[in-house]
Design a protein around this ligand. Structure first.
Ligand code: HEC
Ligand code: HEC
Ligand code: HEC
Ligand code: HEC
Ligand code: HEC
Ligand code: HEC
Ligand code: HEC
Ligand code: HEC
Ligand code: HEC
Ligand code: HEC
Ligand code: HEC
Length: 493
């Protein structure tokens, strides 16, 4: 009995009661046990997700974690690798993170593509020495004290990302060694946006650097595979902005992409791949993604539609809209669902935008001007159609009319010019284009084409008359000859 008590007692002493807590990782990880006494790295490692998964220091550094003999544990023969440097660092992480079977051994189903993506990214190609890449896994995740990316303590948690990227991207001296022309104002500008301000207030949902650029596979912005390449932008923004559930806590609509995709701009960019058409960021900015304020919308649109914006600025609407705080272009064209403009917008009918504000009893001068502007356009259209019809007729009759046909293009040009000149909202200026340039040409073309058709009939009629005259004359001549022959025959007989 005594023996048993003694035996148990010494057993507890020797084992430090550790079996009562189950098999804690530190007891079997001699690297940790010894390094914990040394302090430093091991303290950080206590919070580390790898530590919690039972991964030893040896998981990354190699060596024999079972022995408490320092020299044996950290000997080359035991596979000790020392402190990884340069590209070896990411390879060390990839030793597990790029291997499915390895990760499954720890019960993990995380993706295993991080190294592959990083290698193909702009960061995975940059190097100061020509050998080691400047960005390794630990640049964004740290080496010790790694926690789940969903933990607020992670350097890649949304609230911490701007600083993690800004370590380099806000450091002018550092960035200049790679690309002197690259801006270093992204974080600063980001902080002025709705996204950046909410992020600074502790809201992890609004876009941060990685939501727009990606994380492991970040590409140069001009790369067609970049998430922020013009053609890919609408999709990048719509990941959140079209997700009603994600955006539920905010008081803004989630229809921007749906509207944009069917707009004249969305079709030009997404269907015709016309990179001259605006993507979301063309109007909202890259990092300062705020809705353009009411005052600045015409500047945004005017960066591409300069003439329209200039005309608008000197039009009577400029002051009137400013006074009522109406957004300049948006009031008539909307913002996301901009449709091709047609003359149906102009005038005083129900579909016309003008009639939203101008009626016979309210804002009447505008009403009458709108009515007149529309009637000028209608006259030009009718006149151009008639000119075309007559030119076609003349052509079919084989008349030479190419010069008139060529000239009629000027009328078409005037029509296009008029669509822009609408924005002067000034009857005289508009008339100058539609009547002075357009109708003048169509009227001249109509009379030229008419003349050609008349000429055709004149010539055909003339030919018939001359054929008739010649026939009559030749018949008369024939009769005359016959008569002479008869006379001569009677003389002989
Ligand atoms: C019995 C104590 C002990 C054990 C066991 C031990 N180490 Fe160490 N380790 C040390 C000491 C002491 C140093 C030197 C500290 C210094 O130079 O500042 C060191 C240094 C290191 C270094 C830095 C090497 C360098 O080149 O500067 C690494 C990495 C390391 N140990 C990892 C491990 C790993 C992995 C294991 C287990 C396989 C392990 N250690 C086991 C005590 C230990
Ligand atoms: C997830 C992989 C990983 C694990 C696990 C890991 N390390 Fe490291 N360790 C690294 C990397 C990578 C570096 C290089 C850091 C750098 O270059 O800044 C490093 C550097 C070190 C260094 C030298 C530089 C420093 O930060 O002081 C020591 C010492 C060290 N590790 C010890 C340990 C010990 C002890 C453990 C276990 C308690 C451990 N490491 C666990 C990856 C790891
Ligand atoms: C440029 C910064 C950056 C670098 C470099 C980086 N990561 Fe990440 N990592 C992130 C961000 C940000 C996330 C958060 C989730 C996301 O957006 O993908 C993340 C998420 C992860 C995750 C969680 C699962 C996943 O894929 O989302 C793992 C695991 C991971 N990284 C491992 C690595 C490894 C291994 C390397 C090196 C090969 C690496 N990371 C390099 C930024 C980086
Ligand atoms: C020995 C294998 C191994 C090595 C080496 C390793 N990891 Fe891990 N890592 C894991 C496992 C297992 C997990 C936990 C996965 C899970 O929870 O599904 C993990 C988790 C992570 C996470 C958190 C992912 C999440 O769920 O949010 C990050 C980040 C990470 N590792 C980065 C690194 C980095 C950086 C290195 C290299 C310095 C590295 N790992 C080296 C196995 C490893
Ligand atoms: C709302 C989406 C969004 C967010 C958030 C965002 N970016 Fe950008 N970023 C863009 C777009 C769009 C471009 C420009 C693409 C182009 O020029 O075609 C860009 C361009 C860049 C460039 C290239 C140089 C330049 O300034 O044009 C860098 C570097 C960059 N971003 C880094 C960052 C960093 C760092 C953060 C976090 C502070 C960040 N971005 C946040 C969308 C975003
Ligand atoms: C270790 C420093 C470092 C960190 C951290 C870093 N970057 Fe970079 N990044 C660079 C350098 C250097 C370049 C290359 C500049 C060049 O040559 O154009 C670059 C390029 C880029 C580019 C391409 C710019 C272009 O030319 O179009 C983008 C986008 C970018 N980084 C975004 C990010 C984001 C987002 C993060 C954070 C998740 C981040 N970077 C973290 C150093 C860093
Ligand atoms: C990660 C999700 C996410 C992504 C990606 C994202 N946003 Fe946002 N955005 C938000 C959230 C959340 C808000 C906050 C809503 C609010 O304003 O209350 C917001 C706000 C905005 C606002 C301000 C709205 C307002 O009137 O308050 C604009 C404009 C905007 N985003 C444009 C963009 C553009 C353009 C892109 C793409 C380049 C983009 N966002 C990408 C989540 C995102
Ligand atoms: C042609 C310019 C233009 C384009 C392209 C554009 N927007 Fe807008 N956006 C605007 C204007 C103008 C406003 C309204 C500003 C106001 O009235 O104060 C706005 C408002 C917003 C708002 C605030 C909420 C709302 O609906 O009023 C969000 C969010 C937004 N846009 C996101 C996007 C996204 C996402 C895309 C791409 C799919 C996009 N925008 C494309 C011009 C544009
Ligand atoms: C008061 C209403 C109104 C406002 C405000 C307005 N437009 Fe227009 N817009 C029209 C009408 C009407 C047309 C002509 C339709 C037609 O005859 O085909 C038009 C046509 C256009 C066209 C197609 C013709 C062309 O010029 O290529 C563009 C582009 C255009 N507008 C841009 C703008 C921009 C940019 C602004 C702001 C600076 C703006 N509009 C403000 C009513 C308006
Ligand atoms: C990045 C340049 C760009 C910006 C910014 C831009 N647009 Fe456009 N817009 C275009 C291009 C290019 C087209 C021609 C698309 C096509 O039909 O192929 C177009 C077409 C249009 C049309 C139809 C023209 C027609 O002939 O019917 C209207 C109306 C229009 N834009 C209004 C606006 C308004 C209003 C804004 C500001 C809210 C704006 N645009 C901002 C480039 C731009
Ligand atoms: C959002 C309301 C609104 C719309 C839509 C609108 N206008 Fe106006 N317009 C005004 C206001 C307000 C004035 C200032 C003078 C007034 O109250 O009559 C004005 C003034 C004018 C004037 C100058 C009148 C004067 O007194 O000298 C003309 C011309 C005009 N508009 C034409 C048009 C045409 C053409 C359209 C359609 C393409 C149109 N407006 C659409 C609100 C609008």
């Amino acid at each position: 009995m005594k023996n048993i008590i003694f035996f148990t007692f010494t057993f507890f002493l020797l084992n430090g009661f550790s079996f009562l807590n189950g098999k804690a990782p530190e007891s079997s990880d001699q690297c940790f046990v010894c390094h914990e006494q040394l302090g430093g790295v091991a303290d950080l490692f206590k919070k580390d997700i790898h530590f919690q998964k039972g991964i030893s220091c040896a998981g990354c550094h190699g060596g024999d974690s079972k022995t408490d003999d320092m020299d044996k544990a950290m000997s080359k023969s035991a596979g000790f690798l020392g402190i990884p440097k340069g590209d070896d660092i990411s390879l060390r992480c990839a030793n597990c993170h790029a291997k499915k079977e390895m990760m499954q051994k720890y019960g993990s189903h995380l993706p295993t593509n991080q190294l592959e993506l990083l290698k193909a990214s702009v960061h995975g190609k940059l190097s100061t020495t020509g050998k080691e890449k400047i960005v390794q896994c630990i640049t964004c995740h740290n080496a010790h004290g790694i926690v789940s990316v969903k933990s607020p303590a992670s350097p890649v948690y949304p609230l911490n990302i701007p600083n993690t990227c800004g370590k380099c991207h806000s450091n002018a001296k550092f960035m200049q060694t790679y690309n002197p022309s690259l801006a270093v104002d992204q974080v600063a500008k980001y902080r002025t946006s709705v996204h950046g301000m909410l992020n600074a207030k502790g809201d992890p949902k609004p876009a941060e650097c990685a939501s727009c650029h990606g994380s492991h596979g970040i590409r140069a912005t001009a790369d067609t595979k970049s998430q922020v390449y013009a053609l890919n932008i609408p999709e990048t923004c719509s990941k959140c902005h079209s997700d009603a559930e994600y955006m539920a806590g905010y008081k803004i609509p989630t229809d921007q992409y749906a509207k944009y995709a069917i707009s004249v701009h969305g079709k030009a960019l997404l269907e015709k791949h016309d990179v001259g058409a605006p993507a979301c960021n063309s109007c909202h900015g890259n990092h300062g993604a705020t809705p353009p304020g009411v005052e600045s919308i015409s500047k945004v649109c005017g960066s591409c539609h300069a003439l329209n914006a200039d005309l608008f600025s000197s039009s009577p609407h400029k002051q009137a809209f400013d006074k009522e705080k109406l957004p300049e272009c948006e009031t008539c064209h909307s913002n996301h669902a901009i449709m091709p403009a047609t003359k149906a917008m102009l005038g005083v009918s129900k579909e016309a935008v003008c009639s939203k504000c101008h009626t016979e009893s309210k804002s009447t001068k505008g009403y009458f001007v709108a009515q007149k502007m529309r009637s000028y356009v209608d006259s030009l259209d009718a006149s151009e159609a008639l000119a075309l019809k007559l030119i076609n007729e003349a052509e079919q009759k084989g008349m030479e009319i190419s010069e008139t046909k060529f000239k009629l293009r000027d009328a078409h040009q005037a029509k296009l010019e008029a669509r822009t000149m609408v924005h002067s909202f000034n009857e005289e200026k508009f008339k100058e284009v539609v009547v002075g340039k357009g109708l003048a040409v169509t009227t001249a073309s109509i009379s030229e084409a008419k003349e050609a058709v008349d000429n055709y009939f004149f010539r055909r009629y003339g030919l018939m008359v001359s054929v008739l005259i010649i026939s009559v004359l030749s018949f008369a001549l024939y009769l005359y000859i016959k008569q002479i022959e008869k006379k001569q025959a009677s003389k002989i007989s």
